[in-house]
Design a protein around this ligand. Sequence first.
Ligand SMILES: C[S@@+](CC[C@H](N)C(=O)[O-])C[C@H]1O[C@@H](n2cnc3c(N)ncnc32)[C@H](O)[C@@H]1O
Length: 237
Amino acid sequence: MSGASLADKIRQAYYDGSATPKPSEKELDEAMSFFMAASSGLDKGRGKAKRHYYATVIDVCGGHGMLGMLFVLYARASSAIILDRKLPLSFAAMASNWAPATLRFVITDVRDGLESTLADAARSATTATTPSSPRVLVVGCHACGYLTDYVLDMATAAGMDPPGGGHRLGGCPSPPRHTHPSCCHCYGHRLSVALDMARMGRLAALPGYDVLLRTMDPSITPQNRILIAKASPPPAK
Ligand SMILES: C[S@@+](CC[C@H](N)C(=O)[O-])C[C@H]1O[C@@H](n2cnc3c(N)ncnc32)[C@H](O)[C@@H]1O
């Protein structure tokens, strides 16, 4: 595969890998597409020479873990922690097929385990011998909607960069009247879009964060918005 791009090699390793069960091709497309959109958003305004590098990426509700692994395969992070309450067999398969250098799976409910995982990752990031300004990045793709705000709050409270996105909202069959779901319905807006706009506003109001919205190809997933909040680098000493 000489001359093939890294993306081609990563895809080929997915197809060639003998370990099973693999996540579906749709999940591969989503993870690749999320990774590309999120990393271009994280780099925006930094210039090519200032491509941002993370000591650790934490993939919350990561399941198969491909999103976190991609950050390591593309050398955007030196290690990945996949956090999920269930350890799917497809995680072990992709860990073997892609063999990213440093990978760990933490089995926990996000609400029990994210805070301590963030604190551990931040401690190791400050002691690791890594290129300039190593930081911790929190990502979540198709994390359950009710957890999205919790994850954003935890990550920003710890000063991390949290691109969340592809939110999957729990079914909202018939919202009670005079609530924001019912207003969205009345005015013909999608609740998931309205909630993401509200989240953007909330993140933008935090001091020290740049907030961006990116979208993925809707044919890959209709839940295609990626919210990105970048913490400003600490002032130079
Ligand atoms: C739709 S899957 C998304 C998996 C993967 N991120 C992706 O994009 O394909 C949602 C994942 O969230 C996990 N999950 C749901 N609620 C959770 C919680 N409270 N704590 C930890 N993980 C949770 C599930 O086990 C599942 O793996």
